[in-house]
Design a protein around this ligand. Sequence first.
Ligand SMILES: Cc1cc2nc3c(=O)[nH]c(=O)nc-3n(C[C@H](O)[C@H](O)[C@H](O)COP(=O)(O)OP(=O)(O)OC[C@H]3O[C@@H](n4cnc5c(N)ncnc54)[C@H](O)[C@@H]3O)c2cc1C
Length: 369
Amino acid sequence: MYDAIVIGAGLTGSSAAWALSRRGRSVLLLEANDLNHTLGSSHGTSRIFRTALASPLYAAMAGRAQRLWTELEDESGTGLLRYTGALDFGEARRPGELHRAVVANNVACELLSPEAAQERWPFFRFPTQVLFHPQAGVVNPEAAIRAMLSVATGRYGAEVRTNTRVLKAREDSDGVHVETDGGTFRARSLIVAAGPWLPEILPEILTEAPQPEVRVTEQNVFHFRQSRAGDEWPVFVYKGHAQLFGLPSGGDAGPEPAIKVGRHDPGKRVTPSHRDGVPTEENRELITRFVEEWLPGLEPRSIRGDACLYTTTSNDDFILDRIGRTVVASPCSGQGAKFMPAVGEAIADLATENAPTEEAFALMAHAQL
Ligand SMILES: Cc1cc2nc3c(=O)[nH]c(=O)nc-3n(C[C@H](O)[C@H](O)[C@H](O)COP(=O)(O)OP(=O)(O)OC[C@H]3O[C@@H](n4cnc5c(N)ncnc54)[C@H](O)[C@@H]3O)c2cc1C
C-alpha cells in the first residue's frame, strides 16, 4: 500500500510526486504515455514565469513557487528558471490598472511610457504604456519534470510507471484501489493530475460527485527568429485585438535564438483523442501581422508552429480540492506552469494534512450543476 498514487506525469503530477515524496510519503506515479510526451500540456522547453499578477491569491502562490523553484534547482542541481523580466502592454491589458494591482501585491514593477520602453527594448514597438517587472522569466517544463522525478525517485524513493493507464479507482474504508491496464495498486490517497484527460478519467473515479466543468482547447504558438542574436528579450503579454504572449523559444525552434508567440484567446474545442494538432492558418496570419507591426526585432516569418492543450475552467481558476481520499488538481487555464512547485505543495497539503480547500479552487465552485 502506497501513501499516495498520482495519475499523470505532466507538470502537475510530477510536482505532486516531488512534494509528497520529500515529506517522506511513499508515492507511485502512473503515466499513460512516455515521460515528456507531446500529447498534453507540459511539453517543450519554455513557459512564462511571473509574480506580477493582479490577483493577491495567485501573486502569493507565484511568490511561493519562486522560492520552491530555487529549492528544486538546488535539490536537482539543474537550472530551471531564467530571469528575463516581463512587459505587459496593449489597450485591453490596462497597464496602469495592472500596475496599481501589482504594487498592492508588493511586487516590484515600473510603469513606462511607450517611448521610454522603446528606448530600453528597441526590438519592440508599443501602442500603449508598458508595465515592466523584473521578477519574471522563462521556466523549462520538460527539464522541470525530469528534475522533479529524478529527485522524487533518486532521493526520496518514489516509483514511476510509464505507459500505464489508469482505468478506474474505487475507495473503501482503508484506501483506494486503482485499476490500470498493467495491474491494480492500492494507496491511502489518490491524486488525479490528468490535465486535459480529466473529463475522461474523473467520472471513472468520483462516480457520485458532481463533475467539474472544464473546456479543453487546442492552442497555437509560432516561433520567429531574432534578427539580432544578442538581443536580450523579455517575456511579454499583449492584450488588444487578441491576447498574445511571447517568450524566448528555448530549444523548441532549433539552436538559433527565437521568440515564441502564442495566442491565449479561447482556442478550438477538442478532446485529447480528437484533435488534429495542426496550428491554424488564421492564427499564423494573426500572429505574423502582430510581429510585423509590433516586434521589429524578429524576422516576420514563422519558422515553426506548435499546438498544445489548455484545460480551462469557466473563470480560469484552478481546481485543487479533495473529496474523500481523492485530490483533484487541474491547474492549467494556460497559466499553470509558473505555479507548479507551489501547486505540488498544495496537493501534498490536501492529501496528507487534510488541509482546507481554498474557496476559489473548490470542485463545487466549478461543478456542472
Ligand atoms: C501552448 C501552451 C502555452 C502555455 N504557456 C504557459 C506559460 O507561458 N506560463 C505558464 O505558467 N503556463 C503555461 N501553460 C500552462 C502549463 O503548461 C500547464 O498548466 C501545465 O503544463 C499543465 O500540466 P498538467 O500536468 O496539468 O497536464 P499535462 O501536462 O497534460 O499532464 C497530464 C498527464 O496525465 C497523463 N494521463 C492522463 N490520463 C491518464 C490516465 N488515465 N492514466 C495515467 N496517466 C494519465 C497524461 O498522459 C499526461 O502526461 C501553457 C500551456 C500551453 C498548452
